[in-house]
Design a protein around this ligand. Structure first.
Ligand SMILES: [Zn+2]
Length: 346
């Protein structure tokens, strides 16, 4: 079969479009004919460069590729053969299943968490093998690229909004809302009936939030960001801030606009420098800062229930490229020029 192979770490040109043996499903596994696989900023792009800690978990040569979607092509021992031909989305999260965190249903906190496409060969290929427990049926009318993008960003977006208590009647400020995760958070918050204030670097890319579902769009670099958020919320502020950037310069700019009992939800930090958190507003205004590592099994199930209930990504925020052009896709992600999620199509 054809696959994208990573023979060594380096710039995007190290990626090779190569022939590799087709994987066979083992006990409890299914083989997927891949129709769409996401390009993930850390798990694929940073991993490829060798600069991310994930790179240490990789055995070279490696087939990258985490969340994907396709049809079940073959089943291993102990798996219902009736699954063959079904359209499915595949989660890349591989919890150990036996530790205390997994036993509590908090598999996102599993100390031995592994990932398809990092610890095992992934979905940048015509075929990929995954545990049967990791596949979810794709509802009718959801195209494969959207199913892959939903599988990648939907469960963590859901976990973030649950952690932030975001629902109807609340306001969420999404930092970096033009990206794959940020745009999904905005869309899911709108689906829940929340009011969304989306932010991005509009000075560099004035149109990058045009398709992001939101009631208001603000330049993240404006010095009066907090005043603008307070104006938009009648002086109350944002009930939740989703900050996946972790940039020290941004915290003092949005923290004054965090409502009493507000929550800051964090699933990323672009800089090593710590964010300067003042404790006084934290206790005087009952603020909370909550880390979300990824979505767990309950978040995955909840996300697909949302999809069955009508939740969809904005078509303009899911773009496809041929699998053979994986290197070009990586260059696009590294340059930060794209909006939403890029999906490779074998
Ligand atoms: Zn575990």
């Amino acid at each position: 079969m054809k696959a994208i192979l990573l023979p060594r770490f380096g710039d995007p040109d190290v990626l090779e479009f190569a022939d590799v043996p087709c994987p066979e499903p083992g006990p409890g596994q299914v083989r997927i004919r891949v129709h769409a696989v996401v390009v993930a900023r850390t798990k694929d792009v940073a991993l490829r460069s060798g600069r991310h800690p994930f790179a240490r978990a990789v055995t070279l040569p490696h087939v990258p590729g985490t969340e994907h979607a396709g049809t079940v092509d073959a089943t291993g021992a102990g798996v219902d053969p009736g699954l063959v031909g079904r359209p499915v989305a595949v989660s890349a999260v591989l919890p150990c299943g036996t530790c205390r965190a997994c036993g509590r249903g908090r598999d996102e906190a599993c100390p031995d968490l592994r990932l398809l496409g990092v610890h095992r060969p992934g979905g940048y290929a015509q075929f990929c093998v995954a545990p049967a427990a990791n596949v979810v049926p794709v509802p009718d009318g959801v195209p494969f690229p959207h199913a892959a993008a939903l599988a990648a960003n939907g469960p963590v977006a859901r976990a973030q909004l649950d952690a932030g208590a975001v629902g109807a009647g609340t306001t969420v400020l999404v930092l970096g809302a033009s990206g794959a995760l940020g745009s999904t958070v905005a869309a899911l918050a709108r689906f829940r009936g929340a009011r969304v204030i989306a932010t991005a670097r509009l000075g560099a890319r004035p149109d990058c939030l045009a398709d992001v579902p939101a009631q208001a769009r603000l330049d993240i670099d404006r010095p009066d960001l907090a005043e603008a958020v307070l104006d938009l919320t009648g002086g109350w502020g944002a009930d939740c801030v989703v900050d996946n950037l972790g940039l020290p310069r941004l915290w003092p700019r949005y923290q004054p606009a965090l409502a009493a009992t507000g929550r800051v939800v964090v699933s990323g930090a672009l800089e090593e420098t710590p964010v300067p958190v003042g404790f006084r507003p934290l206790y005087l205004r009952n603020h909370a800062i909550i880390g979300v590592r990824t979505g767990n099994r309950a978040d995955i199930a909840g996300l697909w229930a949302d999809v069955r209930a009508g939740f969809r990504l904005v078509p303009a925020l899911v773009s496809t490229m041929p699998l053979a052009q994986a290197a070009a896709a990586h260059r696009t992600v590294e340059a930060g020029r794209h909006r939403g999620q890029i999906v490779l199509v074998p």
